[in-house]
Write a protein that binds this ligand. Structure first.
Ligand code: N01
Length: 582
């Protein structure tokens, strides 16, 4: 039984109930939202398509899955007690442990009693008269709520390319993002992996250990940095926990929402020898912080060329066959697509039973009964792993029929690319919020911190609306247009906008090319959100409230009002300096 065919049991559909808020999704965003909604006395229900909490970490159970932001920081920061009581086993903890953490959150904060599992929201319709949302699910539930909060994830709608002949293949085809819960034993099998993004990079070395033969079909070579993952000792944890509040505070002030050493000087200011030394040091630290070796790597091409050259030399030093090494060396901007973090990825290609097939110029032609055909050659395989990624940022919204004012659907409004104010709300859809929605830093920050900042802002906003008796809040179109324009403009300063990737939607044919996350830097974005709140929800239209000058009561957003470490710049923050925040 795989992740998509769970026995969903029997449950009577719920009809007619009215809530203050419905939350869609019980990943980290949905769980924290529920916890905070309860804290302000709201009635709330969460609908979750999966059979448990955890979102991404519930579905992505492929071999080797683990986080690539250090676990001590890839975790909730809202509770110091939680920080102290939970202990991560590894620098980058594996998926089962992250899922256990999600389960712990659900139990510790008693969340499950308000979460309905195995239930997918299919429809959300705004009722202009009653000023509420009607929500329907695939289990027949029909409930309503004043607020509808989408916590559907940025990378949760798998991309399954319809390869010709896909149904002819006699073996199983697995997608990394919907991995069977009982696991897969590849022992003695010939396995084909399609894709070389983060999911593939993590799974390929592990699958290679089991499989009799592994064939990787690569369309675009990938930049990857070693994780140098390690167990966290009791001594380390004790010392780190003693400093936890300080670490959390430093992280909140950083452009990525997590803390790591960052050198702000430009790469070309250093002599070649000094550059090499600093790259070696950063490589030895490993992981995503490798990009912090210099301050301008993602917005000055000449600077980027230096890190790309260094990383290519590393690949060539690891991979023994020069022809295979050539294929594995990317020719695009370093870090243009999401940087990968690996454990033994390039080394895997030195194994005699692993081969690499280039599908960059001649794409996969078709599947056959026995395998995959490229350039007229059939590669026989017994099982296929589709590590082909996601319809990022908007894919999960596309699966729900969301209808706002005047019958406008979100799908129609976002046809040429997502349009939102601050990635939180979209004009024409009152009282609907999108946690880590397109137009917010989301995937360019540490996801859990991005989630926390959105939830904290939202819960202060919702509490205020109740206090002043407002019936609706809606993004003002002019402000939304200005924000969308700003998100676009600022993205052009970054080299990340120059290649094809899921950031711009072009990993899937036919999707509009739009840089979807906000690349202006997490602290700058947080400042903007704080200002919007302080100015009485500037850019939003509130209805139903008596004219009031009551300042919003700031409770949860307080912890984001910290002195920002903007001078410790990321390329994103530099970009935001060049293109002022609107
Ligand atoms: O997906 P991807 P992913 N024929 O889109 C290829 C997060 N994440 O699941 O580059 C042949 O990156 C595609 O080729 P191309 C992280 O943010 C985090 O790996 O489009 N190939 C690419 O190589 C990450 O970025 C972790 O030319 C085809 C691959 O499939 C995001 O999720 C772990 C193809 C897809 O790569 C997505 O990662 C995993 C086709 N028709 C994921 N279609 C952590 O470590 C697609 N491809 C925390």
């Amino acid at each position: 039984m795989d992740a998509r065919t769970i026995d969903r049991g029997t449950r009577l559909a719920e009809t007619g109930t009215s809530y203050d808020a419905i939350v869609v999704g019980a990943g980290f965003a949905g769980m924290y939202m529920l916890h905070r909604l309860r804290g302000i006395g709201f009635t709330a229900k969460v609908f979750e398509a999966g059979g448990g909490v955890g979102g991404t970490w519930y579905w992505n159970r492929y071999p080797g899955a683990r986080c690539d932001v250090e676990s001590m920081q890839y975790s909730f920061s809202f509770s110091e007690e939680l920080d102290q009581e939970w202990s991560w086993s590894e620098k980058y903890s594996p998926q089962p442990e992250i899922l256990a953490y999600a389960d712990h959150i659900a139990d510790r904060f008693d969340l499950r009693r308000d979460i309905v599992f195995d239930t997918r929201v299919t429809r959300a319709t705004f009722d202009e008269k009653a000023k509420c949302w009607h929500i329907e699910t695939d289990r027949g539930d029909k409930v309503s709520a004043k607020f509808c909060i989408m916590a559907v994830g940025c990378l949760s709608a798998p991309n399954r390319p319809r390869f010709e002949g896909i149904d002819d293949f006699k073996g199983p085809v697995y997608h990394t993002g919907e991995w069977p819960h009982e696991g897969v034993d590849f022992s003695g099998l010939r396995v084909g992996v399609i894709g070389t993004g983060s999911s593939a990079i993590q799974s390929i070395p592990v699958i290679a250990k089991q499989a009799a033969q592994l064939t990787v079909f690569q369309r675009t070579a990938t930049w990857s940095v070693p994780a140098w993952n390690e167990a966290l000792t009791a001594e380390y944890l004790k010392a780190a926990k003693a400093e936890y509040p300080a670490l959390r505070a430093k992280a909140r002030a950083r452009p990525t929402g997590f803390y790591f050493p960052f050198n702000i000087t430009p790469a070309l200011d250093a002599s070649p020898g000094e550059r090499e030394r600093l790259y070696e040091e950063a490589w030895a630290r490993g992981g995503l912080p490798f990009l912090g070796a210099f301050g301008d790597l993602l917005f000055e091409k000449a600077a980027n060329d230096t890190i790309a050259d260094f990383a290519r030399r590393k690949i060539r030093s690891i991979v023994k066959d020069p022809a295979v090494a050539d294929l594995l060396c990317p020719d695009n901007v370093f870090g243009c697509k999401r940087l990968c973090v690996d454990t033994g990825y390039f080394e895997t290609y030195n194994l005699p039973h692993v081969r690499l097939v280039d599908v960059s110029k001649k794409p996969i032609e078709r599947f056959t009964v026995n395998g995959i055909v490229v350039d007229g050659i059939e590669y026989p395989v017994d099982a296929i792993v589709s590590a082909t990624g996601f319809a990022a940022m908007t894919g999960a919204f596309d699966k729900i029929a969301i209808t706002g004012r005047n019958g406008l659907t979100l799908a129609e409004k976002w046809r040429a690319g997502p349009r939102s104010y601050l990635g939180l709300a979209s004009a024409g859809f009152p009282n609907l919020f999108t946690i880590t929605g397109p137009g917010s830093p989301s995937v360019l920050a540490s996801m859990i911190q991005a989630i926390e900042q959105h939830v904290d802002w939202l819960v202060d906003c919702l509490g205020h609306l109740r206090d002043i008796g407002a019936s609706t809040i809606e993004a003002r179109l002019e402000d939304e247009d200005a924000w969308v324009e700003h998100v676009n403009e600022v993205s052009k300063v970054s080299l990340r906008s120059t290649c094809s990737s899921w950031y711009v939607g072009t990993n899937i044919p036919g999707r509009p090319r739009v840089f979807m996350p906000y690349i202006g830097g997490f602290p700058i974005y947080v400042q903007k959100c704080n200002e919007v709140m302080s100015n009485g929800f500037d850019g939003f239209v509130l209805e139903g409230a008596a004219p009031t000058n009551i300042a919003p009561k700031v409770r949860y957003t307080e912890r984001w009002r910290v002195p920002l470490d903007i001078e410790v710049i990321s390329p994103a923050a530099v970009a935001a300096k060049r293109v002022p925040v609107v």
